[in-house]
Design a protein around this ligand. Structure first.
Ligand code: SME
Length: 151
């Protein structure tokens, strides 16, 4: 995957600083461009919980407590988590039985936890360190472009 090209396209697509518009466009773009996904979307940190935001895929579990599942672990540690086989991750939260691998990127702006971006794949070991670094880069573009008035 050419994440530099994705980043350029994304910067053109995100032509507002509106939170809802940019979040919806971002997850639709990622889901469309990156192959072999069954879910891609946001959880935002509000009232000390991760609450479901814009996404593509099946309806998902909500809310997720800090420290729980892959999402809550990534949010709490503020570190990206790449899971080759979700069935081996202690405490993994299964929203869709089709998911086998997962990549979660924490979203931090000016030292504040905004939430996480989560991607699921039905394919085992779908995500590589190239995907992790590429997704960190494009999530940063989303954060830079977007105003978070409520966080
Ligand atoms: N699998 C995640 C839950 C969110 S869904 O995959 C959309 C987790 O373990 O945190």
């Amino acid at each position: 995957m050419n994440y530099n090209s994705l980043n350029d396209q994304l910067n053109a697509l995100l032509n507002t600083d509106d939170f809802l518009v940019n979040s919806a466009q971002f997850c639709a773009f990622v889901f469309d461009e990156i192959k072999e996904l069954n879910w891609a979307g946001f959880y935002f940190y509000r009232d000390e919980l991760l609450q479901l935001g814009s996404f593509q895929g099946k309806p998902a579990c909500n809310p997720i407590a800090m420290g729980k599942g892959v999402c809550g672990t990534a949010a709490e540690s503020r570190k990206s988590i790449l899971v080759e086989d979700v069935h081996q991750f202690p405490g993994h939260i299964a929203c869709d039985a089709a998911s086998n691998s997962e990549l979660v990127i924490p979203l931090i702006k000016q030292g504040k936890l905004i939430g996480i971006f989560d991607m699921d794949s039905p394919k085992l070991s779908r995500f590589t360190t190239e995907d992790k670094e590429g997704m960190e880069k494009i999530c940063q573009s989303y954060l830079d472009k977007t105003k978070f008035l409520y966080f």
